[in-house]
Design a protein. Sequence first.
Lengths: 305, 326
Amino acid sequence: MAKYIVKRILFGIATAFIVATLTFFIMNLVPGGPFLSEKAVTPAAQEALEAKYGLDKPLFQQYLTYMGDLVHGDLGDSLKKRGFTVNRIIETKFPVSAKLGGIAMLVAFFLGVPLGCIAAYKRSKLVDNIIIVFSTAGIAIPSFLSSTLLMYIFSTKLGLLPSLGLSEPKSYIMPVIALALYPTCYIARLMRSSMLDVIGQDYMRTARAKGVSTFLMIFKHALRNAILPVVTYMGPLLASLMTGSFIIEKIFTIPGLGHEFVGAITSRDYPLIMGTTIFLATFIIIMNVVVDILYAFIDPRIKLK
Amino acid sequence: MSENLLEVTDLKQHFPVAGSKKVVRAVDGVSLFIKKGETFGLVGESGCGKTTTGRSIMRLVEPTSGKIVYDGNVIYDSENKVYADMLPYRRKMQIVFQDPYASLDPRMTVGDIVGEALDIHKLYESKQDRHDKIIGLLERVGLNSEHANRYPHEFSGGQRQRVGIARALAVNPEFIVCDEPVSALDVSIQAQVVNMFEDLQDELGLTYLFIAHDLSVVNHISDRIGVMYLGHLVEMADSDELIFHSMHPYTRSLISAIPIADPKVARESKRIILSGDVPSPVDPPSGCPFRTRCPYADELCASKAPEFKEETPGHYVACHHLDKLN
């Protein structure tokens, strides 16, 4: 087990390294630069700025310098937000996105799993059909549409919920719904199909013969056997939800990491692009390792080697 | 010995065919009784409805119609709409399943698989008592205490079937449906498990409904045997009576198919080979279900189903042409 974890961590570091390298070179292939858009920058001033941030040096040398800093945990300074290090930006913005994403995740899990179980148990009945139709719609509707619809109904028309920021508890309601919609529906469908598989298994009949109640059959015997695909999906999902959705953060004006990430790309804020990408990649890699370790706890037949 | 523990009357189990109004008549009017303390063997070829009969009696699948009386209590009666709560009966009636691989929850330890039945029926006083009972059950079926913390996939087929039996015994049942409990096992293990069933019966005074497609195994273990064909019981009698004085043409062909160890005797014995295949239970033949393959069939067989009646004391058979046969 310990050997397995060490091995996975080493592979994870290698993956993060590849992500960093690819991002670095692809980012520099994109035309434009961080100081082009600013008004009335004299060629001399621009050269001075580029020299200050080392952008005048050959690309490969820039890469080596960056990777050297990265090893020491230094993600560099933001080129656009003067006086802010990338580390500092991630430290302040990540908790905002993480809290929102974490809540959305809990909603998706605790709504999606029971819905999927009920649909499977009531297979081909009305309840099942309703759940299928709504979950398919939920998967198909893009988040910018659901967000704007929510905002139109609850803020503009009914005036019940604030339309921007996260200043009070109820301002979380709409962004969480918008964020959780897709994963809830996806988990419900995933759960349903995996549950249908398990319900047909012989050991469910054994449970019934023992006298296990229907509720316990579904939520104890079947769920434990059917949850694996959902766990697999939830690892990377947690990483992507917690690092923030650009669209939803933009629509609801939420100062989160997703907002920051896309802003960095449009303004060619190289260190911030690198920093957020590596952060996201590392997060996803860690979640995948966590999921693999969880497997062994959920399914005793899986031995980690 | 003579009191009936289980009485089944005109039990039917029809399953809808997806996408049509037709039904699969898996069990189509089976009547039988099982006496206290005996082993009742149920034989027939694959797909004839033996397993479904066992499951319907346990109400693991809800029957379509019929009547089931267990120890004087009606647990199912479609005519008078009696649908008893099965929970108290799950303590008295248990089932051992055919497939020892698929019938154990892979996420539970063997101790929990056996212990869950104790939990549901609250059959222990303390945690220690629960543990001791589980170990006791495992030892009774030839496993040991260290097996309790292992998972089903760590066991062989024979061991798993022992776990399945320990699980069934956990609630101290009176009656066990053994649904082809040895057909998934190696021949060498089959004998061990069959012997274990017999030992358990002697020790605990159990009554068995023993389902199998192997007439020689059933003959070995059963006091009485019922023969099924296409959802119908065609013959029922004491084992020796059935083997040596069978009346129904289908039973006769089954008996002639039992392999004989002595090659000399085998060469001299005549096998009755049936022509054709088993008809579909979706479109069963009119009248007698066996008429399409029966050498004695005539118009009467096609127009009218033979009655399942007692020909000689304790020997029931459903055939119009017993006179021609004997």
